[in-house]
Design a protein around this ligand. Structure first.
Ligand code: 2HA
Ligand code: ZN
Length: 270
């Protein structure tokens, strides 16, 4: 067996959560990431028949039966992942219609996957229906996006338009816009279902007064999505209290659509 700590997916996961911590998006145990793995990615590193223990999930997701995920652990700090990946991360394979997960590697202190596992798995189901190449769901607490949910309307069209107006390339990076949930109790199947529903129409879902969810093909793309939205929110928080004498107009956003071959969410531009 090859050393799993040298597997490309593991190296990339460790680098990504370390970078998320460095961006101050993941204080204490804040944030969680799940990465779907192919059997072919893992079988050189793990005996897929060796189940360490089985963990109930508390929900059902038949679409994910047999799927394997590398997932951050509950209560674990992103800042520590690089020093002890096998304690802070785990690899699980779903079975029994997604109601249980076989632990194949990690969580060596007896831990388990993130408390937001329902939101992650339900979001994977939703995104896979839209994009079969989707592999990543990422949650974190970027300060400016969070701050924006205290002072900006939560109307999705308005929220999206504001972000698009803050940096020229936002409309290219997330043409479908961002969806927004009101404050809800985290860690529950209810917020999981609500997040997944929002994921049907956008890869970014804001959790008001809490943080954001992103989804994408790989860790880089998903990190970049959140990074771009957070940059736009940062500009907004710098200017929101000042008189605005210039902006990016809808006409200019239409020029961006043409130049980059993207189409902003239907009805969002005038
Ligand atoms: O525990 O961010 O939403 C980590 C979280 C929960
Ligand atoms: Zn959170």
């Amino acid at each position: 067996m090859k050393n799993i700590l040298e597997a490309p997916f593991m190296v990339e996961m460790i680098r990504t959560v370390t970078n998320m911590y460095a961006h101050t998006w993941d204080e204490r145990n804040g944030g969680n990431v799940s990465l779907m793995l192919d059997e072919g990615d893992v079988n050189a590193y793990l005996d897929l028949n060796a189940v360490i223990r089985t963990i109930p999930t508390g929900f059902s997701a038949p679409e994910l039966e047999g799927k394997i995920f590398l997932v951050t652990g509950t209560g674990k700090y992103f800042k520590n992942v690089q020093y002890a990946p096998e304690v802070n991360l785990g690899i699980v394979r779903l079975k029994d219609q997604g109601r249980q997960a076989d632990l194949l590697w990690g969580y060596t202190d007896g831990g388990q996957f993130t408390s937001e596992f329902p939101a992650h798995m339900m979001s994977h189901v939703a995104r896979l229906k839209v994009d079969p190449l989707n592999r990543v769901v990422m949650h974190c607490h970027p300060a400016n996006l969070l701050a924006m949910t205290y002072v900006h309307t939560l109307d999705e069209r308005e929220f999206t338009r504001t972000l698009w107006q803050m940096c020229t390339e936002c409309i290219v990076v997330f043409p479908e816009g961002v969806n927004v949930l009101p404050w809800m109790l985290c860690g529950t199947n209810e917020i999981g279902e609500a997040t997944a529903k929002k994921m049907e129409t956008a890869r970014l879902v804001v959790w008001s007064q809490h943080g954001i969810y992103g989804a994408g093909k790989d860790l880089d793309e998903t990190f970049g999505l959140i990074e771009t939205a957070e940059k736009a929110a940062e500009i907004y928080m710098k200017i929101a209290h000042l008189p605005r004498i210039n902006t990016i107009t809808d006409e200019q956003l239409h020029l961006m659509e043409g130049r980059f071959g993207v189409k902003g969410r239907e009805g969002y531009l005038n």
